[in-house]
Design a protein around this ligand. Structure first.
Ligand code: FRU
Length: 507
C-alpha cells in the first residue's frame, strides 16, 4: 500500500447552504449567470425527489459505495455552470438511499496535473480501511488514484499519478477511460472502457496488488464488428464502450457498458479472467438513461444508478442553471429467464404521501387526481385492445400530453412525446423498446413522475426513462388510454410524492 506522503493534499472546503465550496475558495452552488437557489427551487421543470446537485451540470454517477453505514454517491459535476466542462467529482451521502446530504467536492482538476482538463468517471474501493477513488484524468486519457484518510471529507491524489499512463502498447484504441475495480482474494482487478476502431468496443483488464502498479492482462470482453451501428463517433457506433460496470449476480457475472446511446448489459460466465456473455439486453430502453453504475448495498442487493440526461437545448439548460439528474435507485437481480430484473428500490415507498385509489373502470377517461410529483401504479387487462396505457402531464383540453402505452401488434412499450410540450425547444421523439405480454398477462405499469423526469417500470422486466417539459402550469392530468377493443383498467393507485429538496439544500 502507498504511504501517506505519496499523496498530495487536496482539501475541498465546506458546503454552504445550497452551495458547494470549491478548494480555491470560490462559492459555486450557482452558475455563472448568478442564479440563486430560490430561482432553481421555483423552477417547475426541476425534479423534487431525485438526487441532483444544488445547481449546475451533472452527468455520470461515479463510485457509488456503502461505507460505515452510509450510502455515498459521487457524480460528474461542473461547478461553474450548467454545461459539461472541467469535470469535478461532486459528492453526496445518504443514510436511507432516498434523502441526501451534500458534501464538499471530492475531486477537482489539478492545474498542470494529469487531470488538469477534468476528473472523469471511475469508481471507489476501500483498501485496508482507506477509501480510494480510481478515475480518469484528461487529456490524454490516463488513470489516476486518490485516497481519503478523514472519512471521505478530503481526498489526496497520488503524487505519482497517473497510475496507468497509456493504453497497452501498439493498441489503436478509441478511448481509455472509466475504471471499474474489484478484489479477488489478495489481488485487485481493473476493467477499463475502450474500443478498437472498426472492430468494436472492448473492456481492458488489468491486475495489481496495491492499486498503484498495474499489469495489463487481456480483453475482459470484446464487442463484435457485426454489432456496430452507422454513426459519426465511436461511442454512438459501438466502437467505444464507456463506463464498464462488472459485478457478480447469483452464480453469474453481469457487465454493463454505455454505448450506442444506451446502457447495454450482458449476463454470462467469468472464467480464467475472461467474461463470456450469454444473454444481452438494454438496462433501460431509452437514451435518456446513461452511464449506469452499481454498488452492493451490504444486504446482498445490487443497486443501480444512472444519469438522466436533459432533453432540451443547451441554451435552455444554461438558462435554467442546472442540467442532469440522478436516476432513482434500482435493484438489480437475475430473472428466471437469465435476463436482468430491474425494479425501483423499496425505500422509495417512504416518499409516498397522500394515496388515491381507483378500482374498476372509471366513467370517464380522466381521474380526479393531478400532479407532477407522483408515483402511479396501473394494471390493465388488455382484452381485445391493441393499445393500452395512460396519459400523464396532460392539460385539461389535451393540448399538452404524454402517452405511456403498450402496443400489442408491434410488441412495443412506448413513451410518445409529440404533444408533451408546446415549447419548440424540447425533444419530442418517441422512446421505447420491444416488450411482449404473454397471453392473458396483465400490463403492470409503475411510473414515477417528478417534474420533467419520468421513470417507467413495466411488469418488473422493462425500464423506460424519459424527459418531458410541459410549458403549461396546468399540464397535470392523468388519463386512461386504449385503442379499440375491451381493455380494462383493473386498478389505479397514485401517491403524491414528498419532496427531498429541503434535504438537497441542507449541509
Ligand atoms: C460518459 C462519459 C464517460 C466520461 C465522462 C466525462 O457519459 O463520457 O466516458 O468519463 O462521461 O464526463
Amino acid at each position: 500500500m502507498a504511504s501517506r506522503r505519496d499523496f498530495l493534499t487536496f482539501s475541498a472546503a465546506t458546503v454552504l447552504a445550497g452551495r458547494i465550496a470549491l478548494p480555491d475558495g470560490t462559492s459555486t452552488g450557482v452558475d455563472q449567470s448568478g442564479d440563486e437557489p430560490s430561482k432553481l427551487a421555483a423552477d417547475p421543470q426541476r425534479p423534487r425527489y431525485h438526487l441532483m446537485p444544488p445547481a449546475n451540470w451533472m452527468n455520470d454517477p461515479n463510485g457509488p459505495i456503502v461505507w460505515k453505514g452510509q450510502y455515498h454517491m459521487f457524480y460528474q459535476y461542473n461547478p461553474r455552470g450548467a454545461f459539461p466542462e472541467s469535470m469535478h467529482w461532486g459528492h453526496a451521502a445518504s443514510a436511507d438511499l432516498v434523502h441526501w446530504k451534500h458534501l464538499p467536492i471530492a475531486l477537482a482538476p489539478t492545474p498542470g496535473g494529469p487531470d488538469k482538463d477534468g476528473c472523469w468517471s471511475g469508481c471507489t474501493v476501500v483498501e485496508g480501511g482507506i477509501p480510494a477513488i480510481l478515475y480518469t484524468g484528461v487529456f490524454p486519457q490516463v488513470q489516476c488514484l486518490a485516497r481519503s484518510e478523514d472519512g471521505m471529507r478530503t481526498w489526496q491524489k497520488l503524487a505519482g499519478n497517473p497510475i496507468i499512463a497509456a493504453p497497452p502498447q501498439g493498441m489503436q484504441t478509441t478511448g481509455f477511460r472509466d475504471p471499474c475495480v474489484w478484489r479477488e482474494e489478495d489481488e485487485w482487478f481493473l476493467a477499463i472502457g475502450s474500443g478498437i476502431e472498426g472492430q468494436g468496443g472492448v473492456v481492458l483488464l488489468y491486475r495489481s496488488r496495491d492499486l498503484i502498479h498495474w499489469d495489463y492482462l487481456h480483453f475482459l470482453c470484446k464487442g463484435r464488428r457485426d454489432e456496430l451501428l452507422p454513426g459519426k463517433d465511436p461511442v454512438s457506433t459501438g466502437e467505444m464502450w464507456e463506463c464498464p460496470d462488472f459485478f457478480p449476480l447469483s452464480d453469474k457475472r453481469a457487465l454493463l457498458v454505455s454505448t450506442q446511446g444506451a446502457v447495454i448489459y450482458s449476463v454470462g460466465a467469468y472464467e480464467n479472467h475472461y467474461f463470456r456473455p450469454e444473454v444481452q439486453g438494454k438496462a433501460d430502453f431509452s437514451d435518456s438513461y446513461y452511464a449506469a453504475r452499481s454498488m452492493p448495498d451490504g444486504t446482498g442487493r445490487r443497486i443501480l444508478w444512472g444519469w438522466i440526461r436533459e432533453g432540451r437545448s443547451e441554451a435552455a439548460q444554461r438558462a435554467a442553471g442546472w442540467a442532469g439528474v440522478m436516476s432513482l435507485p434500482r435493484v438489480v437481480s437475475l430473472a428466471a429467464d437469465g435476463r436482468l430484473r430491474i425494479t425501483p428500490a423499496p425505500e422509495l415507498e417512504t416518499l409516498r404521501g397522500k394515496h388515491h385509489h381507483f378500482g374498476g373502470q372509471p366513467a370517464r377517461n380522466e381521474f380526479s387526481i393531478r400532479g407532477d410529483s407522483l408515483e402511479i401504479q396501473a394494471e390493465f387487462e388488455l382484452g381485445t385492445s391493441d393499445v393500452a396505457g395512460l396519459t400523464v402531464r396532460s392539460s385539461p383540453r389535451g393540448e399538452e400530453h404524454t402517452s405511456i402505452t403498450y402496443h400489442r401488434t408491434s410488441a412495443q412499450l412506448l413513451v410518445e412525446r409529440e404533444h408533451s410540450s408546446l415549447s419548440p425547444d424540447v425533444d419530442r421523439g418517441p422512446q421505447g423498446g420491444s416488450f411482449t405480454l404473454a397471453e392473458n398477462e396483465t400490463l403492470k405499469l409503475r411510473i414515477f413522475l417528478d417534474a420533467s423526469v419520468i421513470e417507467i417500470f413495466a411488469n418488473d422486466r422493462a425500464c423506460l426513462t424519459s424527459r418531458v417539459y410541459p410549458s403549461r402550469p396546468d399540464s397535470l392530468d392523468i388519463g386512461r388510454l386504449a385503442k379499440g377493443g375491451s381493455a380494462r383498467l383493473k386498478a389505479l393507485d397514485v401517491w403524491e410524492m414528498r419532496s427531498i429538496s429541503a434535504d438537497r439544500l441542507t449541509t
